[in-house]
Design a protein around this ligand. Structure first.
Ligand SMILES: [Fe+2]
Length: 277
């Protein structure tokens, strides 16, 4: 069964307000709704009527029809096809109660593998790697948030391989051989080529990793939404529109939270990006 969407209407409203640098009061005034109703909507306590959602969408540069679909729980991304270029295992793990995804990408010819993010759950990754009897040669971090990078030391001790993180990202602890990744870098894992994409905005040094027709995109874009712009909303928006959504429509997007999706799916169903790229 597909994971539920990472974000609901309330999260999307908050993130879109952030993009305009608007307070809840600003949004309330723009759409003629009380501040307390905006607060209730952002806390998932109230679903506005369709015309109210449309007014919010217009004020926040969101697509009204897709925002209404998400408000009604009607966006379920299409199941993504397997990428013929490599074998991929998705681990759905938890940091406390918070669900996180991390991935194992394996070259089908050599068994050499890359771990993408830690899920703050190195034991689960190590167990999976042992069960699959593959050899991890690369640890690829999309960014240095705890739910993506905690436990790096245990992976380092188990796999004895280098780890990569974006050049502008704070240094994560735990790797004996930490390397910096930047736009244009290519890494070789078995016979797979990994392209590094610079995708800042969620964090200043966030990167994504592309293998064949699949992008491991960390917390940049979620099915139906976008990540939280901890470093720069504009950078994050441009990372998504000019990098991630510039790939062919059947390109798989594998985020750090929520279900997998595709470039075409997000261009069609994501209220932030429909009609914007
Ligand atoms: Fe994050």
């Amino acid at each position: 069964m597909a994971s539920p969407l990472e974000d609901e209407l309330g999260d999307i409203l908050q993130k879109a307000r952030d993009g305009r640098n608007w307070s809840q009061k600003d949004l309330a005034q723009a759409v003629g709704i009380s501040v307390s109703d905006i607060v209730r909507a952002e806390r998932y306590e109230w679903i506005p009527a369709e015309d109210q959602v449309a007014a919010m969408a217009a004020a926040l540069n969101l697509d009204a029809a897709t925002l209404w679909a998400i408000a009604q729980d009607r966006y379920v991304p299409e199941p993504v096809e397997a990428d013929p270029g490599f074998d991929m295992t998705c681990l759905e793990v938890f940091m406390g109660a918070y669900p996180v995804k991390c991935y194992l990408a394996t070259c089908p010819e050599t068994g050499e593998s890359a771990v993408v993010d830690t899920g703050a759950n190195p034991e689960a990754l190590i167990k999976t790697v042992r069960e699959k009897n593959v050899r991890v040669t690369h640890i690829l971090l999309t960014h240095n948030h705890p739910d993506h990078a905690w436990g790096l030391g245990k992976l380092d001790a188990e796999f004895q391989c280098p780890a990569w993180v974006g050049a502008n990202e704070p240094k994560p602890g735990g790797s004996h051989d930490l390397r910096r990744a930047q736009e244009g870098d290519t890494l070789t894992v078995g016979r797979m080529t990994v392209d590094v994409l610079s995708t800042p905005g969620h964090t200043a040094g966030g990167v994504s990793y592309k293998i064949n027709r699949t992008v491991f995109s960390g917390d940049c874009i979620f099915a139906g939404s976008m990540g939280r712009a901890n470093s720069s909303w504009q950078d994050l928006f441009e990372s998504i529109t000019t990098r991630l959504l510039s790939f062919p429509e059947d390109t798989r997007l594998l985020p750090g939270h929520g279900p997998a999706t595709t470039v075409g799916g997000e261009k069609t169903h994501n209220p932030f990006f429909r009609g914007r790229c």
